[in-house]
Design a protein around this ligand. Structure first.
Ligand code: NAD
Length: 294
């Protein structure tokens, strides 16, 4: 991987214009990271309110940097100018690399990916920020699966260094290398992983969430579990982490993993995550998940 990466880092032109599709927790974070690292980015959503929330979050983070003296006001306005929020595909034909970050649902993703592919210039790279869905499976919707791979950021994007770059069966070396180079340009630590449901990190993380859920079904208190895991040394416990991720996203990802590994990751009985999802308590994004947020 290092050899391929070095080759393309030398030969592939840098990503000078990017796009994100979906302006939610992740799409907004990716747009912010791109903009602060000097790459112009189109941030597309189907929902005006989501676009505004994405811009508000970027503005809030930049203002925090300004207050801490890490950037000046010129840098702040340049970064904000690098983000163009849009409801349309106008200018997508100028983009070098686009990252899809819509809801974790294979059907929706396939239709969005096929739609985006039509808008991109020839040879542009298309990546999915899916948490769990097989890249080879998603590539089935595309005319040029060789230009497609996974680019899995972690939440919150501006703080988490890791990016999983996922090689689907048909992903070209060029797609992988350019995505790796883009991740590095964003100041991230990319690792290239093979394709399978959940890739690497979520195959470890989700069994932990299911273990947590089964403790709750046995009568444990989520607040106490969070305290215990923090005392164990983790920066936050599972209930708080699920609220940060989004209960809906965790629920969808869990379903993909259960279907992908029926012998190992399927579980009987309703999980606490499913119960909250049914109640519409989606975590921080909706103001209430395990905890309440102002
Ligand atoms: P989110 O619910 O915060 O945002 C999804 C956004 O996609 C919404 O703003 C919605 O309006 C938009 N959208 C839906 N259909 C669209 C379409 N056709 N075109 C454009 N926009 C559309 O979700 P999120 O947490 O940002 O997750 C997005 C993706 O990133 C999912 O695949 C998820 O699994 C993955 N992911 C999430 C996390 C996390 O911690 N939340 C971490 C890594 C990866």
């Amino acid at each position: 991987v290092k050899k391929i990466t070095r080759h393309y880092e030398k030969n592939a032109p840098p990503v000078s214009r990017a796009a994100v599709i979906g302006a939610g927790i992740m799409g907004g974070g990716i747009a912010y990271q791109s903009a602060t690292r000097g790459t112009k980015v189109l941030m597309k959503d189907i929902n005006e309110e989501a676009l505004q929330l994405g811009l508000d979050e970027a503005t809030k983070l930049l203002n925090q940097q300004l207050e801490r003296g890490k950037i000046d006001s010129l840098t702040l306005s340049k970064a904000l100018n690098n983000i163009r929020a849009t409801l349309s595909f106008g200018d997508f034909n100028t983009v070098d690399l686009a990252v899809e970050a819509v809801v974790e649902n294979p059907k929706v993703k396939k239709s969005v990916l096929a739609e985006v592919e039509e808008q991109l210039p020839e040879g542009a790279i298309l990546a999915s920020n899916t948490s769990t869905i097989s890249i080879t499976d998603l590539a089935g919707a595309l005319k040029h699966p060789e230009n497609f791979c996974g680019m899995h950021f972690f939440n919150p994007v501006h703080r988490m260094p890791l990016v999983e770059v996922i090689r689907g069966k048909q992903s070209s070396d060029r797609a992988i290398a350019q995505t790796v180079a883009y991740a590095k340009a964003l100041g991230k630590t990319p690792i290239v992983v093979n394709d399978c449901p959940g890739f690497l990190v979520n195959r470890i993380l989700f069994p932990y969430f299911i273990g947590f859920s089964s403790l709750l079904n046995d009568g444990a208190d989520y607040r106490q579990i969070d305290q215990v895991m923090e005392a164990f040394g983790w920066p936050m416990g599972p209930a708080y982490l699920l609220d940060v991720i989004g209960i809906d996203t965790a629920c969808h990802a869990d379903a993909v993993l259960a279907a992908g590994y029926p012998d190992r990751m399927a579980h009987s009985g309703e999980t606490a995550i499913e119960r909250l999802f049914k109640l519409g308590r989606l975590g921080q994004k909706s103001g209430q998940g395990f905890y309440r947020y102002e």
